[in-house]
Design a protein around this ligand. Structure first.
Ligand SMILES: *Cc1c(COP(=O)(O)O)cnc(C)c1O
Length: 368
């Protein structure tokens, strides 16, 4: 079975092997050396001033950012499950919230952000997804972040890059916190969250708030190559192993191949009459809206050995999402679009003639 859900993604064999080594104690020079290596590589991946790792799923890092980077009022962008989650965290943490809400195929508009900031001069943090995984859309984060900083450079720009870090090069010049998670583009098991931080964010965090998610404590400890609490040692060993895999061809190759796969997949899906759901698709996944989404997904799983994700909430049964994140062998991606075309033939929608894989190959191999 090919795992093509947009998180969790498959863990490469070499990474699984690295994580099968005997458990180390975390307060040892041996582990500190491993931690140091992972930290340096993570700083390079983010391209930011500081980085911390947390033993939690991605949501824990989102909560840590709300707790430590928003003091007065948060502005959140809700164009899907994960943007909605930022709003729920803000409310649960007892902070004031201004939420901009969009249909799940529609990116945030800069004009709405401008209005919200004009009407709420006490907003001190913006929370936005780079790639909103609910519908697979790409927000104009760079443009919005630049505007927010031009209005008031003290406003913290927190970007959830859980399905963007490792997918594309993100311009971090106006971003204060960039969140990543282990189980998406970094192809690790779930359980490790990472946050890249600007110097301004580090200054605002200061000694930090909260206990487990106190970023001040973590910044202090992790600068000394250790963690406040027991580190997820196995996942950090895995992180170095995945960086080894990525480094074989380099980060630029990972980005360009991911983007090429996403573009080739989109062209292939459109060539067999399918509709791409988001108006601005992210490169992390390809989302199709279709009346028969569930039937297609079921055929792929039972007949063609491909596991894709469906939709949630009001999009349940209406969309399917194909992962593009990670070091995906291109032959697998060709098979996925071919299998979808065969499923359409099974459903009597169109005769199979190999159009999807032909289109994929034409687009992908022209670029690479
Ligand atoms: C997966 C995901 C998360 C984190 O979810 P967890 O289940 O807590 O790891 C957050 N934001 C986005 C955009 C995601 O895709």
């Amino acid at each position: 079975m090919l795992l093509f859900t947009p998180g969790p993604t498959p863990v490469p064999e070499s990474v699984r092997q690295a994580m099968a080594t005997p458990t180390l104690h975390h307060r040892t020079p041996e582990f500190e050396a491993i931690f140091k290596e992972a930290r340096e590589r993570l700083l390079k991946l983010f391209g930011m001033d500081e980085a911390v790792m947390l033993a939690s799923s991605g949501t824990g890092a989102m909560q840590a950012c709300v707790l430590n980077l928003c003091k007065t009022k948060a502005l959140t962008i809700n164009a899907g499950k994960f943007g909605e989650r930022f709003g729920k965290i803000v409310t649960a943490m007892g902070k004031e919230l201004v939420e901009l809400k969009y249909e799940w195929n529609t990116p945030a508009s800069l004009d709405d952000v401008k209005k919200a900031l004009a009407q709420n001069s006490d907003i001190d943090a913006l929370f936005i997804q780079v790639s909103e995984s609910a519908g697979g859309l790409r927000h104009p984060v760079e443009e919005i972040a630049a505007y927010v900083k031009s209005v008031n450079s003290d406003i913290m720009v927190v970007a959830d890059g859980i399905t963007a870090v490792g997918v594309e090069k993100i311009d971090i010049s106006n971003i204060d916190a960039l969140v990543a998670g282990s189980q998406k583009a970094l192809m690790l098991p779930p359980g490790l969250a990472m946050i890249g931080l600007s110097n301004a964010a580090v200054a605002k965090i200061g000694s930090g708030v909260d206990y487990y998610f106190n970023l001040g404590t973590e910044i202090g400890k992790q600068g000394k190559n250790t963690t406040a609490w027991t580190a997820p040692t196995t996942l950090i060993i895995g992180l170095n192993a995945i960086f080894d895999e990525i480094d074989k061809e380099g980060l630029e190759a990972l980005y360009s191949k991911t983007i090429a796969r996403a573009e080739a997949t989109q062209a292939a899906l459109e060539s067999i009459g399918l509709n791409i759901y988001p108006t601005v698709p992210a490169k992390s996944m390809s989302t199709v809206m279709d009346e028969e989404a569930e039937a297609i997904r079921k055929l792929l799983k039972t007949k063609y050995a491909v596991n894709m994700a469906g939709g949630q909430d009001h999009l349940k049964g209406k969309i399917f999402r194909i992962n593009q994140m990670g070091l995906i062998p291109v032959n697998e991606s060709v098979w996925v679009v071919n299998a979808i075309e065969m499923a359409l033939a099974d459903l009597g929608r169109r005769p199979f003639d190999g159009t999807a894989s032909k289109t994929f190959n034409e687009v992908y191999f022209k670029e690479n």
